[in-house]
Structure formats: C-alpha cells, structure tokens
Design a protein around this ligand. Structure first.
Ligand code: MOS
Length: 765
C-alpha cells in the first residue's frame, strides 16, 4: 500500500459522495479528437509576451520587499541578535525576529495528514532555537529589495552552538527503520535472500553512494502576500494549492475560507515548490507591518530554505542462476533525514516491481541529521534507486556474458514480484526492443574500452526507467457549458511548465465533444474546486477523473433540460455521447441536439456541474507503473577523464500519450535532469558546520546547452485500460534510469565502474 492509498483512504473520510469505482473511460482508444494531437502550449503566448505573472511579479499597492538572514550554525541557540543598525538603514519598514514574530502553530508536515503541505513541522521563528545551518533568524522588510538586502547585512547575530549530527557516516551507524516509506513497509523480505545469494551461480554485491541535490528550478521560490482585514491573499509558486491553504489555516489559526491562494504559473516545481518557511514568514511579517510583502528568495535563499534530494548509501546484491534468472535480489541502504520531516527517499521502490527473483530483501533505513528538511525531487527514490539497481544489473550481465537487454528478458515477471498483483499495463520489453532498434544497440561492442577515436573512448549503456502510477483522491472539478457552445473546465490544478493546462483543455474538449478552441481550462486558484497535489506524476489522471465525473453529471443535467421535445428524449446519460458540440446517440445520427440548442430552448445562459473524482481503486487492484529504456552513448577523454554524452534515447511505455509535443518535452526534461544527476549535480554539505557550500548556480552545476546532446524520445503509446484516459504520469519517469545508463556507457567506454554520483572526471582518472 502506498502513501497515496493511505491518503486516499484517510481522505475518504472527508471527501463526500465517493463512488466505488471509476466508470469505463470512453475516451480511451478514441481515434478522433484533440487528445493525441500536438497542440502547442495554450499558456505559451502569454509567457512569451511577458503577460504571465509569476508570484514575484504580482503588483500590490504599498508593497514591501523581504530579505532573510540565515543562521550560520547547525544547532544551538541565538545568543544575541543586534538589529539596531539595520533598523536605522534607509527604507526599512520592519525587522521581524523570534522576539516580535506573531505566535504561530507549527506547520502540519507533509504525510502527517492528507491535507498537509508543510515541508517540516518545526515551528517557524518562534524561539531562539536553531535546527539547521541556514534557518531564517530574521526578516527585514523595506521599501525596495536592495534596501532590504542591505539592512539585512547590518544585523549582527551571535550563537551558542551545540553539538550537531553532521556526519552522514556517523549518523548511519545509528540508523533506524522508519515506520513506513510513503505508506509502504520499510522492509520487504521474501524467502532467504542472503542464503540464496551465497549459493547463486553468479553474484554481484555492490555499494553505491548518491549525494544531496538542491532544487534549482528556473524560478526561485517566491510569494507575494497581503492581508485584507482578517482575510489572507497569497500569490505563491506552489504545486499544492489546497494543501498549502489548509496548512496555513492551522498555522495562523484562521479558517480556510479566509485564505485565497493564486498560483497560475510556476516556473518549475519538481517537488520543491511546497510550503517552506519563507511563505509563513512573509505572511507573518505582512501581518506585523500591515503592508503587502514580496518574499522572493535569492538563489542562495533557495539552497538554504528549500530542501532537495537527500544523500544515500545503497547496497545492491544480485544472485543469478546459470539460466539467467535471479535467485536473490537485495537492495538495502540508508538515507539522511531529519526528525522534523518524513521523506525517506524511496530508493527501494523500483526493485519491488521490476524483476522476477526467487527471493527478495529490500530495506530502507534513515539516519537522523541536523540539516534542512529534504523533500521530493523529481522521482525521489526511483531516480537514485535505479542508478544503483540498474548499474548492478549491468555488472551482473557482464559477469554472465549476457547482453543486458537479454538479461532483462529473462527477468521479466508475469505478475508484480512483491505484491503479486497483475500488471495493469506493462510493455517494458517492447520499450527496450524499440529503443535498441532505433539507437543501434547492436553496434555496441560488448568489450569495454573496445572503441576509440583519438583521445576519445566511446561506449554505450542501457538501463530501465520506471516510476509508479498514482492517482490522488480529493480532486474535484466543475464543468460549465455556455449558451454559445463554449465550455469551461475548472479545478485548482497546477501548471508548472509541464503542459497541464494544454492537455486538460484537450481532454475537456474530447470529453464534451467540442473543438479545443471552445474550451477554457481554469486552474491555479484555491477559489476553484479542490485540486490535488501536482506530485507523484499524478496530476493529469487525477484531474481527468474529476473532469469525467463532473462531465457525466453535466450530461445528465443537460438531458433533463433537453426534455421531451428533444431528439434526445428517452435517452439516459449512459446512452449518449458528447460529439460535434452537443449530445447524441452513438449510432443514430438523427438523435442529436447541440448544446446551443439545448440551452437556448431552456432559456439558460449556462449549465454547470461539479463532482469529486471517484476513489482510485485501480491502484489497489493492479500493479501500475510506467516503464522505459534509457540508451546512452558517451565519449570519455582518455587524457582528462572528461565525459561528453554524445547521444541519448529514451524509449517509454507510459500508457497513452495525450499530447506528443508536451510529452516529449517532459521526457526530455527528465533525461536532462538525469544527466545532471549522473555527471554534475551535488550539494556540497560541510560536515564540520552543516553549511551548504555551493549555494549558487555558478557552483552547483546543472546541465546547460553544451552538456546536452540531441535527445530522442519514443514511446509505445499503449493505453492502460485501467487508467483515466488510458494514461500514466510522465513527469518523473524521464529522470529514472539515466544515471545508470550513463554509468554503464562510461564503463563500456573505459572499463571503469563508478558507483558514486556524480561521475566527475576525477573519478575516471
Ligand atoms: Mo514530484 S518529486 O512528486 O513534484
């Protein structure tokens, strides 16, 4: 059972009128319509023209600008905080510290409640205690950003430091087993894997290390906030609108109805755009100052205040029989975490579902450290778990003198290997085969260091990609048809650049039988029906399920309105389909009436229906995952150890592809982020001070144009009959498997195995 099932079940208590199962989705497999076409981004023109207002760009009368002072110790207390000089600086409006901050309740941390959005449950600026190096200790509000930044530099803080847990190796010696990993058991044991490993014909037993990663979305975190009496208005960059509203209501002791959050445009989320201390501090400071506040984190501020991916050590041990089947699959390890969050980076999840094996030992442990709370970051767990698992599989294939794709053929399970559930839709081998064909895998020289051009050693590698299918409960949608034959589809969804608005307009158009130009998709506002978290690659199907439910209700209402004088008379909602701008019998062309006609005859300007999505029972019945195969070619300099990725191809099996243009962009973006994971990204955490030492994009390296080759992406486009629209999520799978594909290619090129990310040139010399 996943956290999402847990959330779904807990939420079942608070979401009214759940239906037991989703009705069959008529849009699956439909050949005509907007879904499946490459409609360009509908939010694109506004972004290109600069008309799309992001959270840090929203104007407000009397706006003040905030700057944060960050602690320089990891644990202890503020001893003195001298703000006198800062208070005298030009333009200063307010200095807020723990001494004058309003009294606030601690945030409800993510996972503690299905409605919670807090990245941690630490109280925010309520006393002198310091919990991590970088924790905000003062907020300065001024008339301009420059004045706020300058005044902040005049504050003198001294600290009484206490011993802190800053060494991951030491913390790991006192690791503990978490109660659960995202709602699933922290340990899975099937058979005696250690004994099976010891007795296996072929064995690999390897240790991997992956570093911390920091979120580096193009838009730094920001919020513009103000109070209107006892009502709170927030323009935030978030991927969890309603969860943020519920959590803020608890912190500030007001009802949710008094809070409105807008977030129509988000410049990249990747799991990091949740509720951190900066929004809470902005709201508190705005209350104290009685003026609107803009809290736009500096790039350094993002590194100090918003956590990212945690560090891990992982062991993967594989024991294979002579026929190439697995006798034992062991994947265990430890992640760094804090006691004030609950994000244990589910690196064992891929091994739970990918391959058949005679025995399993999958265990996750956590090591408590004094640091910024880690959080979700594009395929948390799966991205780094597949690095370890898929590198180990490559090493096993080499030991067995088997082609790595052939090894995967022999490991293909008939059902989910740990849950025993049937797969809803799994065509991973088809993705491998299509990818191999397209990439020219047969050209690969299986002998490492077997291909050289001048100083460049050339190699090819492959790895599986995988990410679960999730659908969140708690989403609702409203669908409105207007008398002119147009429609509005509304839900508090999130557009973080992935194409949500575009694809949902397409889905709404097909659902209602309208041209896509006649459909408006409204999102990004808590005043709309509740959306779900844009996380877990779940948003597309979560919204689609709510829109399907609302549309079904709307169609029933339209039939009632149409009445007995309509060609539709006598037909029930289940007997009609939406097409050609109206409703009709699927086979009888003359039994049709347009929306314009129905509403005109009824004298109505518009008709609306709102509904909650049905309970996502599909994940309790089936093992539902996205799959893929990542193919990489690298050139490694024999002189400098420099790695250049020269070709990359991702071949995916993620259900039906709703918009090829948006999908390609998601896959490619995930792969590019995976190249960063493989070769450059690393948050340097000083284990003496707990300080992040490279809090800038000059020193925290992400791939730039010159690092990224042409990336080809292809897909099976096979609809999952158990998912709304037949679709699986595609936001995260692109990054999975990339680390291993690159590492395996580097091994093929150089004969060197690097099991420690990122694979920088020093590790290849
Ligand atoms: Mo994703 S890491 O669930 O935004």
């Amino acid at each position: 059972m996943s956290i999402l099932d847990t959330i779904q079940q807990t939420a079942a208590g608070v979401v009214a009128k759940l239906r037991p199962d989703a009705p069959p989705d008529r849009l699956i497999g439909r050949k005509h319509g907007s879904i499946g076409t490459s409609l360009p981004r509908i939010d694109g023109p506004r972004k290109v023209r600069g008309e799309a207002r992001f959270a840090a760009e929203v104007p407000a009368a009397g706006l003040t600008y905030a700057a944060l002072l960050h602690s320089t110790i990891a644990r202890g207390r503020i001893a003195t905080l001298d703000t006198a000089a800062a208070a005298q600086a030009p333009g200063v409006v307010l200095i807020m510290t723990h001494e004058n901050a309003p009294r606030l309740k601690p945030p409800a941390a993510f996972m503690s409640d299905p409605r919670a959005a807090g990245a941690s449950d630490l109280p925010v600026m309520q006393d002198a205690t310091i919990h991590w190096n970088g924790e905000p200790v003062a907020v300065v509000l001024a008339e301009t950003q420059e004045q706020a930044d300058h005044a902040k530099s005049l504050i003198v803080a001294t600290y009484e430091a206490e011993p802190a847990r800053l060494s991951f190796a030491q913390a790991a010696t006192r690791s503990r087993q978490p109660e659960s990993v995202l709602g699933e058991p922290a340990i899975i044991r099937i058979g005696d894997a250690e004994a099976a490993l010891a007795g296996a014909a072929f064995q690999v037993d390897l240790t991997f290390h992956t570093p911390r990663h920091s979120h580096a979305a193009i838009e730094p975190h920001a919020a513009t906030v103000w109070w209107e009496g006892d009502r709170l208005v927030i323009h935030d960059a978030t991927q969890m609108l309603h969860q943020t509203r519920w959590t803020l209501a608890g912190i500030f002791g007001i009802t949710e109805e008094k809070i409105r959050i807008h977030s129509p445009f988000v410049g990249g989320g990747f799991g990091g755009k949740g509720l951190w201390s900066h929004q809470i501090l902005a709201i508190a400071a705005s209350k104290l100052a009685g003026r609107p506040v803009r809290m736009a984190l500096s790039r350094e501020g993002v590194f100090r205040v918003a956590g990212g991916r945690t560090t891990t050590t992982q062991r993967v041990a594989l024991g294979a029989n002579a026929d190439g089947t697995l006798a034992a699959l062991i994947h265990t390890g430890t992640v760094a975490m804090t006691t004030h969050n609950n994000c244990p980076e589910q690196f064992t999840f891929p091994a739970r579902h990918l391959y058949a094996a005679g025995s399993f030992l999958l265990e996750q442990r956590v090591a408590d450290m004094d640091m910024l709370a880690n959080t979700f970051m594009r395929a948390p767990g799966e991205s780094i778990g597949t690095f370890a698992l898929e590198t180990a599989l490559d090493e096993l294939a080499e030991a067995m003198r088997l082609d790595p794709i052939e090894l995967r053929r022999r490991l293909e399970p008939e059902q989910d290997p740990t849950s025993g559930h049937a797969f809803s839709s799994r065509h991973m081998l088809a993705a491998f085969e299509a990818g191999a064909e397209r990439f020219g895998w047969s050209q690969r020289n299986p002998v490492p260091r077997g291909r050289r051009e001048g100083e460049w050693l050339i190699g090819m590698g492959v790895a599986a990609a995988t990410y679960p299918y999730y659908r969140m409960l708690g989403g609702a949608a409203r669908v409105t048809i207007t008398r002119d034959g147009y429609a509005r589809v509304a839900t508090a969804g999130h557009e973080m650049g992935m194409g949500t608005a575009t694809v949902q307009a397409q889905a709404g158009a097909d659902r209602l039988g309208l041209p896509v130009e006649h459909v408006t998709f409204e999102y990004g506002d808590t005043a709309l029906p509740a959306g779900t978290v844009a996380g877990g690659s779940s948003q597309t199907v979560s919204i689609a399920a709510a829109v399907a439910a609302a549309s079904a209700k709307l169609i029933a209402e339209l039939l009632t309105l149409a009445g007995n004088d309509s060609p539709l008379a006598g037909l029930s909602a289940g007997e009609v389909e939406a097409r050609d701008g109206g409703l009709g019998h699927p086979e009888q062309a003359d039994r049709f009436e347009s929306y314009v006609s129905i509403l005109t005859r009824a004298g109505r300007e518009e008709v609306s229906a709102e509904a909650d999505a049905p309970q996502p029972v599909e994940t309790q019945r089936y093992s539902m995952h996205s799959y893929g195969a990542q193919f990489c070619e690298v050139r490694v300099s024999a002189v400098t150890g420099e790695v250049r990725v020269s070709r990359f191809l991702g071949s995916f099996d993620t259900g039906r592809i709703l918009n090829p243009r948006m999908a390609a962009s998601q896959f490619r973006g995930g792969i590019i982020m995976g190249l960063g994971l493989a070769l450059m990204e690393e948050t340097e955490f000083d284990e003496r001070s707990g300080r992040i030492m490279n809090p800038s994009l000059a020193e925290y390296h992400v791939p730039v144009h010159l690092d990224v080759p042409d990336i080809e992406v292809i897909w099976t486009d096979i609809a999952d009959p158990h998912a709304p629209l037949g679709a699986h999520g595609i936001g995260e799978i692109g990054i999975t498997g990339v680390g291993a594909a690159v590492a395996n290619a580097i091994h093929n090129a150089t004969g060197r195995r690097v099991r420690d990310l990122p694979i920088t040139l020093d590790k290849l010399l």
